[in-house]
Ligand binder design. Structure first.
Ligand code: DGJ
Length: 703
């Protein structure tokens, strides 16, 4: 049983395969966090369950380790919940009320205000095999009056006392997402957040804490990831008494909202985990959790071709047919037409919002291309950006009142577009309706759903009165509703989340999306660092990577086709180059890689990832993927540049079976035999020479 209540001690224990998570109720009725880490005997932490006082300035230190606490009384740490009651009282005294074991893996702790019938249900759902706990809260307004919610966080995670707390997270910007950063926490707060209306490219709602010494293979790591695709906030706070708590949820910035009498609000899910196996194990736990629990299906990613980098807005039926012909020759399984197929969309200045097929570009309708693509044995996919509108569009001319904008001032245009207020029921209906029409009329098997700007001026032009802070939240709820509805109506269609690259990827949208476009930067070298950062939190099974041109337009860097394929084969493989212009040699080589990828794809997408070496601190990057049965491994290794003639490098492989013999094939070389123990301890000798060299290694168990 993963969840136990120890009555005598008044303690709850959550026990996963490798961790114990313990909290209890102290004499004041405060739910106090006691321990999170490697297994312990929970009954032996009862002595920790005491109120603590330091001085009249810090009268309730124990509240710094509350499992979930409101702002009120003597509590100055970042609150999980802050409310205003209708009578003007702004003090919330949450205390323990009861508990309910919902199932073997789920417990709900009910808290209530000391005076008003405002109830908070704190949910814990345990995923024992992954050492993870999903947490969220539900707030019930049992009053006869409305309550204003000013801040409501999904969960509070407390990390036990460490000599040092190092926080790891990602940062970035458009075309440079998922860059890893670490910082030692000193007293005060480190805030990661988005106020841009979506998850954002500049930060991502994932964190890890360790004592400064964990590495890829060892060390204790506490971590969490929030499932919310709008404004979010994660606050890591170190108090002067050395407690570190991580509070996360929907960002309270400009987002207070009213909970009507009888209404219930449910927060997003904030999953947290502990491992003593270092950052590598942390990522593998998160990956398998996503693959098994979060993602809507367990289908393997199809090899896709996307026309964006080849044609941009200059879409023509003939050009697309030619690209499709070449793509089919390479073994591509899904052909995707990107931006530019609809309305008067000849550039980014017009057409967004007018979701009819452009008759000049497709004189015989989209069917001509779809039939052609299907005739070549591929599926057809289409790009859309439903939340956006160009002022130069029929949609905007008909419904200028549908965009986010405040009266008395113009809305900011970004990429010449405004955003539709998806929180409005009529806008939600419009999006659902046009998407349903598209997916009913045409045989479309894949949708790339883009969003190319941030949210600004979150108001309505009609009046400011009906525009409260909940608009930020409604947008996301309606987005989720639409995706959920479309998935129900069209179960054969797969969806990709994209926001000008990787700006909307989190555990919230991944409940609806099969895959994610992680960056518009397709330079294969830059991609290694973007993909590596991404892999800390998210599974390779959703990570879409394309092979594109060399020299690459972004950095002007030339890279061999092998390097570009190896880099793109580390997740879901796509091709985004202008393959109509490729030589026969290039096409033949690409075809071989696509064939190879299809063979290894189950290991890459469903297996376990080991980051053996990183270009962040080495001249060589190496990534190993093990099949779940541990009978097959794939390794990709990349040399940045050659120095001082050094040639042979030993890659220390991980998690093979020591006594087992393996056939090792480096690139297209002859296979040779090595034992697991040799590969893990002496390592695998690889010869990488030159600049931007790469190799793929296949390892198969023999006995
Ligand atoms: C941004 C996306 O990330 C690109 O892949 C492409 O779809 C463009 N938008 C199209 O406008």
């Amino acid at each position: 049983m993963p969840i136990t209540y120890l009555e005598k001690e008044n303690i709850f224990e959550i026990r996963t395969a490798q961790s114990s998570y313990v909290f209890g109720i102290n004499e004041k009725g405060t739910i106090q966090h006691l321990y999170w880490g490697d297994h312990i005997e929970a009954s032996e932490c009862g002595y920790l369950l005491v109120g603590r006082l330091h001085s009249s300035f810090d009268a309730e230190i124990d509240r710094e380790t509350e499992e979930y606490g409101g702002w009120g009384g003597c509590n100055y740490a970042e609150p999980a919940l802050k409310v205003s009651f209708a009578d003007g009282v702004r003090d919330l005294r949450l205390g323990y009320k009861s508990y309910r074991i919902v199932s073997e893996n789920e417990i709900v702790i009910r808290m209530a205000d000391a005076y008003y019938p405002l109830f908070v249900d704190v949910h814990y759902k345990v995923l024992p095999a992954y050492d993870l706990i999903e947490r969220y809260v539900q707030v019930h307004n049992g009053l006869n009056e409305s309550v204003r919610i000013e801040q409501i966080m999904a969960a509070v995670w407390t990390v036990q006392a460490l000599p040092d707390y190092r926080m790891t997270h990602v940062t970035g910007r458009w075309a440079g997402e998922y860059q890893l950063r670490s910082t030692v926490l000193s007293e005060g707060k480190k805030v990661l957040e988005s106020r841009r209306g979506f998850t954002g490219p500049h930060a991502n709602p994932w964190f890890a804490i360790d004592n400064g010494q964990a590495d890829e293979t060892s060390g204790r790591v506490w971590f969490g990831a929030l499932g919310w695709s709008g404004n979010w906030k994660i606050v890591a706070e170190k108090t002067t008494f050395g407690h570190v708590r991580i509070v996360g949820g929907v960002n309270d910035f400009d987002s207070s909202f009213v909970l009507a009498p009888g209404e219930v609000y449910a927060s997003p899910v904030f999953v947290g985990g502990f491992t003593s196996g270092g950052f590598g194990q942390m990522s593998r736990n998160l990956h398998q959790y996503q693959n098994d629990y979060v993602l809507p299906t367990s289908k393997l990613r199809k090899v896709l071709y996307n026309s964006w980098e080849a044609t941009e807005f200059a879409v023509t039926v003939e050009g697309q047919k030619e690209l499709a012909q070449q793509a089919a020759r390479l073994g591509v399984e899904r052909f995707v037409v990107d931006d530019g197929w609809f309305g008067e969309r000849h550039s980014d200045r017009a057409g967004l919002g007018d979701w009819y097929v452009n008759a000049e570009k497709f004189p015989n309708g989209l069917e001509e291309l779809i039939d052609h693509v299907k005739g070549l044995g591929m599926e057809f996919g289409l790009w859309v950006e439903p939340e956006s509108v160009n002022p130069d569009s029929d949609l905007f001319r008909a419904h200028p009142e549908w965009v986010y904008q405040f009266p008395t001032r113009e809305g900011t245009q970004l990429r010449n577009q405004l955003l539709l207020n998806l929180g409005l029921p009529e806008v939600k209906q419009f999006v659902l309706h046009f998407m349903t029409t598209l997916l009913t009329k045409y045989d479309i098997r894949f949708i790339k759903w883009d969003m190319n700007r941030t949210v600004t001026e979150p108001g309505t032009m009609a009046s400011c009165q009906d525009a409260d802070g909940s608009m930020w939240i409604k947008h996301v709820h309606h987005l989720y509703d639409i995706w959920s509805e479309l998935r129900g109506r069209f179960p054969h269609v797969e969806f990709e989340t994209c926001a000008g690259g990787g700006a909307r990827i989190d555990l919230g949208i991944l409940r609806y999306a099969d895959q994610a476009w992680i960056s518009d930067n397709t330079d294969a070298r830059d991609r290694l660092s973007i993909q590596e950062g991404f892999s800390y939190a998210y599974s390779p099974s959703v990570m879409m990577c394309w092979v594109t041109e060399s020299p690459h337009g972004f950095n002007g860097r030339s890279l061999p086709l092998s390097y570009r394929f190896h880099s793109a084969m580390m997740g879901g493989l796509g091709i985004g180059a202008n393959i109509s212009k490729w030589s026969t040699e290039e096409l033949d080589e690409a075809k071989r890689y696509v064939e190879l990828y299809k063979e290894i794809r189950p290991v890459i997408l469903n297996g376990d990832l080991y980051r053996l070496s990183s270009l962040r601190d080495s001249n060589v990057a190496a990534y190993q993927y093990n099949s779940t049965e541990r009978n097959e491994s794939i390794v990709f290794t990349f040399l940045q540049s050659q120095h001082f003639g050094s040639e042979v490098r030993h890659l220390l492989l991980q998690d093979l079976v020591s006594h087992a013999a393996y056939a090792v094939t480096i690139d297209e070389g002859e296979p040779f035999v090595r034992h697991g123990s040799t590969l893990m301890n002496l390592g695998l000798a690889v010869s990488l020479r030159g600049d931007y060299k790469s190799l793929m290694i296949r390892i198969k168990r023999l006995d």
